[in-house]
Design a protein around this ligand. Structure first.
Ligand code: C2E
Ligand code: CA
Ligand code: CA
Ligand code: CA
Length: 264
């Protein structure tokens, strides 16, 4: 076995223990209002502190968790952790913002997603307006009917729905017609070369118009440069998420940012 496949093998093997031994933790990345720099929401992003391999990014282990099915338990852990954290911040008198959670396609196959979320919100006494669910276009394609039913239940519960990585999947426009998302996230691949690529400029500008025409909020992901921010501001993109304002940070650092409210 080469190092990579050995690593994959051992990660898959260690993942269940990781959940029991609390090796997973969350980072929070602010989403800011484009015009003011005010933090209006955050995205919860999982990390794994592995005893031998160090910090492992989700890009490396989430696909493995999806294969093994452990993604269901990991997803439940993420939601519980987010609600617990929101509840702690509220107790500390910190003014919280909605936190979005990435939900894998597999999770929509289980029909108790709505009930599970509702139970967790009640457990921590968190209002449903403080949780957002991010799903990707590929989720919509894979599990069509089950997904639509569940999305409608979640919306009835008062949970905001975010269509993630927009523009990278297939027949995305059909989904916009069939289901009303609250927020659309323009994928980073359209943002990273904004300064030099006229095609990306045209796509980003038109995705913003499209989102607004359909009454959705629009977020530009992966904003790293001031020039990207300026361009998105000009095109009236509502919110920005990216390293320019902040990398994903741990809960302590995020709480400090929440106290300041505005990122300069
Ligand atoms: P995503 O949902 O598209 O999350 C955004 C990713 O872009 C994050 O990577 C974030 O750190 C990164 N990012 C944000 N701003 C910038 C920027 O300005 N420049 C660059 N280069 N990158 C930026 P991360 O945390 O490594 O997560 C990767 C993916 O793993 C996520 O992509 C998501 O698909 C998945 N993931 C993360 N946490 C979870 C989770 O709790 N559950 C599930 N099912 N998937 C998760
Ligand atoms: Ca996401
Ligand atoms: Ca994304
Ligand atoms: Ca992505």
């Amino acid at each position: 076995m080469n190092v990579e496949s050995f690593k994959q093998y051992s990660l898959e093997k260690d993942m269940r223990t990781a959940l029991q031994e609390n090796q997973f933790f969350l980072h929070y990345q602010p989403r800011v209002e484009t015009t003011t720099g005010k933090i209006v929401a955050a995205e919860a992003l999982i990390r794994w502190s592995h005893p031998e391999w160090g910090i492992i990014s989700p890009g490396e282990f989430i696909p493995l968790a999806e294969e093994s099915g452990l993604i269901i338990d990991i997803g439940d852990w993420v939601l519980d952790e987010v609600c617990a954290q929101l509840s702690k911040w509220q107790e500390e008198g910190i003014q919280i913002v909605p936190v979005s959670v990435n939900v894998s396609a597999n999770r929509f196959l289980r029909n108790n997603l709505t009930e599970a979320i509702q139970a967790t919100l009640e457990k921590y006494q968190i209002d449903s307006s403080f949780i957002e669910i991010e799903i990707t276009e590929s989720t919509m394609i894979q599990y069509h009917d089950a997904v639509f039913r569940t999305l409608e239940q979640l919306r009835d519960l008062g949970i905001k729905l975010v269509l993630d990585d927009f523009g990278t999947g297939y027949s995305s426009l059909t989904y916009l017609k069939k289901f009303k998302f609250d927020t659309l996230k323009i994928d980073r691949s359209f943002i990273q070369n904004l300064d030099t690529n006229p095609e990306d400029q045209a796509i980003a500008a038109n995705l913003i118009n499209l989102a607004h025409a359909l009454n959705m909020n629009v977020v530009a992901e992966g904003v790293e440069q001031i020039s990207h921010l300026e361009r998105m501001k000009k095109k009236q993109c509502d919110q920005i998420q990216g390293f320019l304002f902040s990398r994903p940070v741990d809960h302590k650092e995020f709480a400090e940012k929440l106290k300041k409210k505005i990122i300069k």
